[in-house]
Every structure is written in C-alpha cells, then in structure tokens.
Ligand binder design. Structure first.
Ligand code: HEC
Ligand code: HEC
Ligand code: HEC
Ligand code: HEC
Ligand code: HEC
Ligand code: HEC
Ligand code: HEC
Length: 251
C-alpha cells in the first residue's frame, strides 16, 4: 500500500514535470525543430484565413514584416505524413530569411547574424519595435551583453535571453559581457561613458544614445562592428578617430 501511494506520488510528480515542461516549451520562441507535429490536423492547402482562425495573434504589432502580406505559405508548408500534420518551414530557419534578404559582405560579422540566427533578434511576423525586433534595440543588445540579463545554464551549455530564445554556447562563441553600471546605462567604452539616455554631448534635438550610436547590429568593415574608424588603442581619447569626434568635436 505504501509502495502504491509512493508510485502515485511519483506519477503525479512526473505528470507535473511534463506539464511544466510543455508550458516552458510553449513560451519558447524557437521552432528550430522545423517539423514538429501540429496539434491540429490541417489540409495541405489550408488558406491563411484558416490559420488566422486559431493564430489571430500572429502578425499583430506596430511593425509588421512586409512578407506577411505574401501569406503564411511563403514560409510555412503544411504536410501530412503518416496521418500526422506537420507545419514545416519552407527552408531551414537559418536560411529562410536570406532567400529574400541579401547578406552583408562586410568583413566583420556579428556571430548571430553570420550564423543566420535572424529570428533570435527579429520576429518573423511582427512586433511593437522598429525592424520588428522582439524587444527594443537597446534591450536586444543588453539581452546578450549584460551579465544581469543573460541566463546561463553551464550544465546544458545554453544561454537564454530575456525574451525566451535559447542558444547554445557554440552559437555564442566569442561573446563578452560589458562592464556596465548597475542601471546598465553607462561605463562603456570608457569608464563613465553613457550607453543610453540623452546625447548631452550634442545637446537637445540629437537622438538619444544607444548601442547603435556606435555599433552596427549585423556587420561592418571596422573592428568591433564600429561604423567608422575605430579608436587607436594606444590613444584612449583618440584625437583622430571619426566616430568619437561625431559627438566630441573638440576631442
Ligand atoms: C484549429 C486551430 C488551428 C489552426 C486552424 C491552425 N493552427 Fe497552428 N497551432 C494550433 C495550436 C493549438 C498550436 C500549438 C500552440 C501554439 O503554438 O500556439 C499550433 C502551433 C503551430 C505552429 C508551431 C508548431 C511547432 O512546431 O511548435 C505553427 C508553425 C503553426 N501552428 C502554423 C499554422 C499554420 C501555418 C496554419 C495554417 C495553415 C495553422 N497553424 C492553423 C492551432 C491551429
Ligand atoms: C517571413 C516568413 C514567415 C511568414 C510569412 C510567416 N511565418 Fe510563421 N514563423 C516563421 C518562422 C521563421 C518561425 C519560427 C520562429 C522561431 O523559430 O522563433 C515561425 C513560427 C510560427 C509559429 C510558432 C511560433 C509562434 O510565434 O507562435 C506560428 C504559430 C506561426 N509561425 C504562424 C504563422 C501564420 C499563421 C502565418 C501567416 C499569417 C505565418 N506564420 C507567416 C516564419 C514566417
Ligand atoms: C518572401 C520574402 C521574404 C522573406 C522569406 C523574408 N523577408 Fe524580410 N522583408 C521582405 C520584404 C519584401 C521586406 C520589405 C522591403 C525591405 O525592407 O527589404 C522585408 C523587410 C524586413 C525587415 C525590415 C523591416 C523594417 O522596418 O525596415 C526585417 C527586419 C526583415 N524583413 C526580417 C526578416 C527575417 C528575420 C526573415 C526570416 C525569418 C525575413 N525577413 C524573411 C521579404 C522577406
Ligand atoms: C543581434 C540581433 C540581430 C540579428 C541576429 C539580426 N538582426 Fe537584423 N536588425 C537588428 C537590429 C537591431 C536592426 C535595426 C537596425 C537599425 O535600426 O539601424 C536590424 C535591422 C534589420 C533590417 C532592416 C535594415 C536593414 O539592414 O536592411 C533587416 C532587413 C534585417 N535586420 C534582417 C536581418 C536578417 C536577414 C538577419 C539574419 C541573417 C538579421 N537581420 C539578424 C538586429 C539583428
Ligand atoms: C543572441 C545574442 C546576442 C545579441 C542579442 C547581441 N549580440 Fe553582440 N555578440 C554576440 C556574440 C556571440 C558575439 C561574439 C562573436 C562576435 O564577435 O560576433 C558578439 C559580439 C559583439 C561585439 C564585438 C564584435 C567584435 O568583433 O569585437 C559587438 C560590438 C556587439 N556584439 C554588439 C552588439 C549590439 C550592438 C547588439 C544589439 C544590436 C548585440 N551585440 C546583440 C551575441 C549577441
Ligand atoms: C560611445 C560609443 C559606444 C557605445 C554607445 C557603445 N559602444 Fe560598444 N564599443 C565601442 C568601442 C569604441 C569599442 C571598442 C573598445 C576597445 O577597443 O576597447 C566597443 C566594443 C564593444 C564590444 C567588444 C568587447 C569590448 O568590450 O571591447 C562589445 C561586445 C560592445 N562594444 C557592445 C556594446 C553594446 C551592447 C552597447 C550598448 C549597451 C555598446 N557597445 C555601446 C563604442 C561604443
Ligand atoms: C553618440 C555620441 C557619442 C559618441 C559617438 C561618443 N561619445 Fe563620449 N560622451 C558622449 C556623452 C553624451 C557623454 C556624457 C558627457 C557629455 O555630455 O559630454 C560622453 C562622455 C565622454 C567622456 C567622459 C566620460 C565621463 O566620465 O564623464 C569621455 C572620456 C568620452 N566621452 C570619450 C569618448 C570616446 C573615446 C569616444 C569614441 C570611442 C566617444 N566618447 C564617442 C557621447 C558620445
């Protein structure tokens, strides 16, 4: 009897684990598997209106990807195999975007861009942020480059960004945390330097500072994804580097 009830407790425990695992999986943005079983049977020629009947939240947002106007089947393919419905991507997720978007040929490439991990930063459908990134540009960058934001699982060798995408250590090869202040607003590239907030160097009217004031998100021809001549390491307050004098005319 004692044995039986222990069995039940164990079963209940496994059941709860499987529920929480399912929920966690549901919150993941990744469909890297590309070929999971669709929970509802579908006809291979199902119309967009059919999809929208259940996936009404897909494509909602202030910034909608232009490809959405071309229909779900531009990227998704319904297949019925062995009595089960699969909704596959028409090409692997790391190659899908470059069927329409030419890759940059610049020498320095940001690893997630180079690997084709576009959907790590961009929703393929829509979001409330420019260029339909999952979160604001600044939060996108801090998501991987601020120790406080990135969740690391050393055992599984994975990291999870705040908006739920999980990556392997291999995908993250070479990444570095910035040594920012507690509010994640300053201390880079030199101590005390703002990385967000108003651009007090140029005054009112200048766009606020973000990571993209000094970096490209995808690729560039200068070290560290800088948009222009990088600073000379031997001259911390470089007099001749054009990036810095954009904001510090008298440097
Ligand atoms: C009758 C409801 C229903 C219809 C119609 C429907 N879906 Fe789904 N779909 C679901 C549910 C439920 C899930 C699982 C929960 C979720 O991811 O939202 C799902 C999941 C998915 C997933 C994620 C699969 C994965 O591997 O995680 C994709 C992609 C998808 N649907 C695409 C489509 C497309 C494209 C269509 C139209 C051709 C469509 N669905 C039509 C209910 C539906
Ligand atoms: C430009 C290509 C593209 C178009 C167009 C597109 N999708 Fe997707 N969709 C994707 C990719 C890529 C993923 C996987 C995202 C990931 O791995 O994070 C995805 C994931 C999904 C998912 C599962 C993840 C989630 O966000 O719930 C659903 C459901 C889905 N798409 C439905 C649709 C429906 C419905 C349409 C048409 C209204 C559509 N998609 C149009 C590329 C597209
Ligand atoms: C079927 C073709 C097609 C596919 C596949 C496609 N796109 Fe696009 N995408 C477009 C078009 C068309 C535009 C609008 C013109 C432009 O900006 O190039 C666009 C624009 C964009 C923009 C710019 C939005 C803006 O506001 O400037 C982003 C970001 C983007 N796509 C990301 C992606 C990502 C990520 C994927 C892969 C999940 C993808 N695209 C797959 C056709 C496509
Ligand atoms: C590390 C995050 C990140 C990754 C990975 C990424 N992007 Fe972007 N992307 C951005 C941000 C941020 C912007 C907005 C840039 C700006 O405002 O100057 C952007 C802008 C864009 C634009 C519009 C402007 C332009 O450059 O044409 C397109 C299209 C685009 N991305 C497509 C892609 C594709 C395709 C991939 C994968 C090969 C990709 N992105 C990977 C963060 C990313
Ligand atoms: C998904 C995680 C991820 C996100 C999000 C991300 N990065 Fe990175 N970043 C990396 C990885 C991995 C590297 C190391 C490999 C490399 O140099 O590209 C890196 C390196 C860099 C470097 C150093 C490049 C060099 O050659 O020294 C800069 C600068 C950078 N990221 C800026 C940004 C900016 C700006 C954003 C926001 C638009 C951003 N990152 C968002 C993963 C990320
Ligand atoms: C005022 C310009 C500026 C801003 C704003 C800025 N960076 Fe940098 N970043 C640089 C410079 C310059 C370097 C090269 C530093 C060096 O060589 O020591 C650099 C280097 C990096 C590196 C390479 C590692 C390192 O520390 O050398 C990463 C990663 C990086 N930046 C990410 C970011 C992110 C993420 C943001 C936004 C939170 C950001 N940067 C904002 C100028 C800037
Ligand atoms: C996008 C504009 C911008 C760029 C580009 C920029 N800065 Fe700044 N910098 C600022 C602002 C804003 C401050 C805050 C103080 C102020 O109002 O001058 C600042 C402050 C500084 C300070 C004083 C830090 C402190 O402790 O207060 C130094 C040193 C500095 N910058 C060096 C650099 C160098 C070196 C570069 C090039 C790698 C650079 N800056 C690029 C906007 C910028």
């Amino acid at each position: 009897m004692a044995c039986l009830s222990r069995g039940w407790v164990l079963l209940l425990f496994l059941f709860l684990i499987s529920i929480s695992a399912t929920c966690a999986a549901g919150q993941q943005l990744e469909v890297w598997s590309n070929g999971g079983v669709h929970p509802v049977p579908l006809k291979t020629n199902a119309a967009d209106a059919t999809c929208a009947g259940c996936h009404s939240e897909i494509g909602k947002g202030q910034y909608v990807h232009s490809a959405m106007a071309m229909g779900c089947a531009t990227c998704h393919e319904v297949q019925n195999r062995a009595g089960k419905t699969h909704v596959d991507l028409v090409s692997p997720v790391t190659q899908l975007c470059v069927t329409c978007h030419a890759l940059s040929q610049d020498k320095v490439q940001h690893r997630p861009y180079q690997l084709g991990d576009c959907v790590v930063c961009h929703s393929p459908h829509a979001s409330d942020f420019p260029a339909h990134t999952w979160v604001s540009t600044q939060d996108t960058c801090l998501g991987c480059h601020a120790r406080e934001r990135l969740k690391v699982d050393a055992k599984k060798k994975t990291v999870t960004v705040p908006w739920g995408v999980r990556l392997t250590f291999d995908q993250m090869q070479g990444w570095q945390y910035l040594n920012l202040n507690a509010a994640l607003t300053a201390n880079h590239p030199v101590a005390g330097h703002p990385v967000s907030g108003p651009n007090t160097a140029l005054g009112a009217g200048a766009p606020p500072i973000t990571c993209l004031s000094c970096h490209q998100a995808h690729a560039s021809n200068f070290a560290h994804l800088l948009p222009k001549t990088p600073p000379d390491p031997s001259m911390p307050l470089c007099k001749s580097c054009s990036l810095c004098v954009d904001c510090h005319q008298n440097m």
